[in-house]
Design a protein around this ligand. Structure first.
Ligand code: ZN
Ligand code: ZN
Length: 214
């Protein structure tokens, strides 16, 4: 798996600090379980967090403390990396913990044009869902009132910005308007998290979005 689209520093730091909504934590944990690069970055934030707390007790916080903490952790990030746990099927272990590993057991809810979703049980601060987008089908053109993370589990999708394959994560915010289209050849399955309703241009999706929590 060649991953080209990774998590932001902000997301990794939030995850390390335990400050993300559960739905976002699930996407971060799932990407990290697939991605050596983000796992190494996360390990350094975990260590950095601990070192900063330690340093805070000793000296006044400032650039020196950050530098000292960074010096202390250099070289240790590699050592603290753990091999990811792999679950059977397309669901990586952190996700399989939520929904089991059996794709056939997912209870999909049709949301139009052959697109299906399954909302996952997380706290209501943000919503996590599986999305099933048939090959060649587009999700309606939309903008975002908050953050949206979309992690590809199977197949691929593209929007005007880029192409996203297995393991890639797209990070969308208020500034982004897009029309994700599943690539031909294979149905696309994604794990997505949003912390605010999407903004649809077309009337039909606007009418049903409350129903589907999109
Ligand atoms: Zn990554
Ligand atoms: Zn979006």
């Amino acid at each position: 798996m060649t991953i080209r689209h990774h998590l932001s520093d902000q997301l990794l730091m939030g995850y390390a600090a335990g400050s993300l909504p559960e739905a976002f934590s699930l996407v971060v944990a799932t990407h990290v379980s697939l991605c050596d690069e983000c796992r190494a970055r996360l390990a350094s934030y975990d260590t950095l967090g601990g070192a900063l707390i330690e340093a805070q007790g000793q000296v006044t916080m400032g650039e020196d403390a950050l530098e000292a903490a960074l010096a202390r952790i250099s070289g240790t990030a590699q050592a603290t990396q753990r091999a990811p746990l792999r679950a059977a099927g397309i669901f990586p272990a952190p996700l399989a913990d939520y929904i089991g590993s059996d794709l056939a057991a997912i209870r999909w809810q049709p949301i139009g044009m052959g697109v299906k979703q399954a909302i996952l049980p997380t706290d209501r601060e943000a919503t996590a869902r599986l999305l099933y987008i048939p090959a060649g089908v587009a999700v309606p053109d939309h903008g975002h009132r908050g953050a949206e993370l979309t992690l590809v589990l199977q197949g691929a999708f593209a929007d005007a910005n880029d192409r996203f394959g297995p393991g890639d994560v797209e990070i969308a915010d208020e500034a982004m308007q897009h029309t994700p289209v599943a690539m031909a050849g294979m149905d696309c399955i994604c794990l997505a998290a949003t912390d605010a309703p999407l903004k649809f241009r077309a009337l039909l999706p606007r009418l049903v979005q409350g129903l589907f929590r999109i």
